[in-house]
Design a protein around this ligand. Structure first.
Ligand SMILES: *Cc1c(COP(=O)(O)O)cnc(C)c1O
Length: 366
């Protein structure tokens, strides 16, 4: 796509020098360093989405009455650009993120942004800030698109003005301890999402509502919270901001089981990719209800071998320990299992262009 077709370029007059950038790219964590630019696209009724602009990364100003600050129309996405084996840059399934962005928009009564414009905005940013796509092992440029309601009006109704924005953050490992398995807390008091609610949308409010439970998990000595269904607190939904997989072994067959999308779960792009890779790697797969009762029972009877979480930021993270009121379970001796490890390597090989991309998932930017 030609740069600037719907985006005006107004970059910084002077770019950050190589030495300073190299220093900022040292020992990358997650989401702390940002690149030099961002792309913004305003929306207003009745005209719709306007031309976009690439501008220096900087604070934005909002009217105190901007409706996002009061009624929370705010959605976001997350995907990555990877430095390829040949030095080029490609994103992983950004079109899938664009489509999910629009599903989130629909749930929050916000306007959809055409998929091509979402992808073009990210591509323009990546082209401009290509030097910020790190080349170290496990590193990438995390892209964070978002949209917020900017209309200043205190009436409770869908806003008539919005701002779409995308910026980038060079990132290393999401969990500072690397691929060491995480411990999780089964949360039976707070819920993340209820039927008919916003659980399937990637909206800011879901995260705001999750933080007190996340703090409770930390207080219980766990790194992450596992959400259960809102009605019975019986069925497993997600882990923090990641989807969950259960690895079963029945005789010589390995089966991946993941909670079925029920309108309360977030449909992860990583989850979807793993279900596709299951076929490639010869694993059986099943999307269904998974209860905490069978989680404990199947660890006990030995058919459940591994549990792992998946998402863009951390790719695949094994779960090594489960805690709940009155007990705990260990999984795979608290070590990463072979199936999670193999899926993780397979996905990373595709993302970094080390193996052929037979599903057409990679979108070449440079
Ligand atoms: C973003 C997110 C995921 C993971 O989605 P990916 O597309 O794989 O990154 C899972 N659960 C929640 C609640 C999320 O917000």
């Amino acid at each position: 796509m030609a740069t600037g077709s719907t985006i005006d370029l107004r970059p910084r007059p002077q770019r950050i020098g190589d030495a300073e950038r190299a220093k900022l790219l040292e020992g990358l964590g997650f989401g702390r360093v940002f690149t030099e630019h961002m792309v913004t696209i305003p929306y207003r009724e009745p005209d719709g989405w306007q031309r976009g602009t690439l501008v220096p990364y900087a604070p934005i100003t909002l009217d105190p009455a901007a409706s996002v600050l009061h009624y929370g129309q705010a959605i976001f996405e997350g995907f990555k650009a990877y430095r390829q084996k040949d030095g080029g840059i490609a994103t992983f399934r950004s079109d899938a993120n664009a489509r999910r962005f629009n599903q989130s928009a629909e749930r929050l009564a916000m306007p959809a942004l055409p998929v091509e414009r979402f992808v073009e905005a990210a591509d323009t940013l990546i082209e401009t800030d290509h030097a910020w796509v790190p080349a170290g092992s496990g590193e990438s440029l995390y892209l964070r698109p978002l949209a917020i309601a900017t209309e200043s009006a205190l009436g409770v109704k869908p806003a008539k003005e919005y701002l779409f924005l995308v910026f980038g953050s060079p990132s290393g490992q999401y969990f500072p301890q690397g691929v060491k398995p995480v411990s999780v807390w089964l949360c039976t008091d707070y819920v993340r999402a209820a039927p008919g609610g916003t659980g399937a949308a990637k909206c800011a409010g879901n995260y705001a509502a999750s933080l007190v439970a996340q703090q409770k998990a930390l207080d219980a000595g766990c790194q992450q919270v596992v959400w259960l269904d809102a009605l019975e607190h019986k069925y497993v939904e997600e882990m923090g901001g990641m989807n969950l997989f259960f690895v079963y072994q029945h005789g010589s067959r390995t089966k991946l089981v993941t909670p079925k999308l029920n309108g309360a779960l977030l449909a992860g792009v990583t989850r979807d990719s793993i279900l596709t890779l299951a076929d490639d790697l010869g694993y059986d797969k099943e999307e269904r209800l998974v209860s905490t009762e069978e989680w404990g029972r199947d660890l006990e009877n030995g058919t459940l071998k591994e549990v792992f979480a998946c998402g863009t930021a951390a790719v695949i993270t094994p779960v090594g320990q489960v805690k709940f009121d009155g007990g705990s379970w260990a999984i795979h001796g608290g070590e990463p299992g072979p199936v999670a490890t193999r899926l993780r390597e397979t996905l990373l090989d595709i993302q970094y262009g080390r193996v052929p991309d037979k599903h057409g998932w990679m979108h070449r930017v440079l």
